[in-house]
Design a binder for this molecule. Structure first.
Ligand SMILES: Cc1ncc(COP(=O)(O)O)c(C=O)c1O
Length: 371
């Protein structure tokens, strides 16, 4: 049986009528730019994120870039982040004029290590970017307290964690709730995916919300008056309409992912060569990815390919080892936990529409490889 890593067509078939109707409303009105759908999406996602403000923008990459631009970084200014993430996290730091400083991750969750983060703070540090990798929140209580001690803003890269939460002192805190800014990507493969590029920032800070809203519109708070230089990072009304139509389904989709994750973990738990993902007990993990760590990964990949089973390696070359960051002088051995992860991780199909017999085929293929 062929099982793809992700099947967007399966999802499309379940929501087609709702999404097309929402898009048609925009088309009939010919209101493509900054229409009412954008403002509605901003307020609905802010509500979901327990945030005061939502500011939509063109992509998850821009959602990182705009708050970094708002820091007015000067050459040599440092932003501490993880190297075990999608490229955009650190690319945005560079493009905002700063220098990424990579620190190691927690071996259990793959998220940034609070201790390593604190150890990397220097007088040039201007911010910390936390990535809630694969859909599980980082230790925000520790990172938040440490950042507050040092007077540093925290950007939560929540591209993979919409709707994920963490219980802190008895209260559920959402992805993006506790940071200075939380960012989201609605890239089509995300748990909430647009039909193109889309992103959004959330914040509790009134002044910052205003500035981010301006930066995405060429730095102007009204037409033809530019307080500063921004860029065009508007979200299309059509994409906002797609996302608004899909948003009510997100809780059920996230639950279906969790159910699939539980079935995998029940099947793989205790296996000597397969390490299922660790879920920190404070976390409600939304499983953007279900990522195991395995031995003999190259052979396993070839085997899965031969069986028609989809998989992916996120991320095979951590950011501190990327050629574009060679001038930062990291090398193999600089971040041992990150490097061990990049050498052993493998993500399996976890999408909500994955059928039981498809998941059984994935489990059987992985188990039979090690038999
Ligand atoms: C962790 C992380 N950060 C940033 C991004 C960038 O988002 P986008 O592709 O919407 O620009 C992504 C996803 O693509 C991501 O996974």
């Amino acid at each position: 049986m062929n099982v793809p890593l992700l099947d967007l067509v399966a999802q499309y078939q379940t929501i087609k009528d709702e999404v097309l109707a929402a898009m048609m409303a925009v088309i009939e009105r010919q209101g493509f730019i900054m229409g009412p759908e954008v403002a509605r999406l901003e307020s609905e996602v802010a509500r979901l994120s327990h945030a005061k403000h939502g500011i939509a923008c063109a992509s998850g990459t821009d959602a990182l870039l705009l708050p970094l631009k708002a820091l007015d970084l000067r050459p040599g200014d440092e932003v501490i982040t993880t190297a075990f993430t999608f490229f955009a996290t650190a690319g945005a730091v560079h493009n905002a004029g700063g220098t990424p400083v990579f620190v190691d991750t927690d071996p259990a969750t793959f998220n940034i290590s609070p201790r390593a983060t604190e150890a990397a703070i220097t007088p040039r540090t201007r911010a910390i970017i936390v990535v809630h990798l694969f859909g599980q929140l980082a230790a925000m209580e520790e990172i938040g307290a440490m950042a507050a001690r040092h007077g540093l803003p925290v950007i939560e890269d929540g591209a993979q964690s919409i709707g994920a939460r963490r219980k802190i002192d008895g209260t559920w805190r959402m992805s993006g709730e506790l940071g200075t800014v939380g960012t989201l990507s609605f890239f089509p493969t995300k748990n909430l995916g647009a039909w193109g590029d889309a992103g959004l920032m959330v914040t509790q800070d009134d002044a910052l919300a205003q500035r981010l809203g301006r930066l995405r519109l060429h730095g102007g708070s009204r037409q033809y008056l530019h307080e500063e230089v921004g860029t065009n990072s508007r979200l299309d009304s059509l994409q906002a309409a797609v996302l608004l139509a899909k948003l009510p389904h997100l809780p059920a989709w996230n639950e279906a992912r969790k159910g699939n994750a539980a079935r995998y973990t029940a099947a793989f738990g205790g296996h000597p060569e397969i390490c299922p993902p660790h879920v920190d007990q404070a976390n409600d993990h939304i499983f953007h990815q279900y990522t195991i760590q395995v031995s003999r990964r190259d052979e396993l990949q070839a085997y899965l390919k031969s069986k028609g089973i989809g998989y992916a390696v996120y991320y095979p070359l951590a950011l501190h080892l990327q050629p574009c960051f060679a001038h930062l002088n990291y090398g193999r051995g600089s971040l041992p936990v990150t490097e061990a992860a990049m050498d052993s991780v493998l993500s399996l199909p976890i999408y909500p529409e994955l059928r039981r017999e498809q998941q059984d085929a994935v489990i059987e293929a992985v188990q039979s490889f090690y038999r």
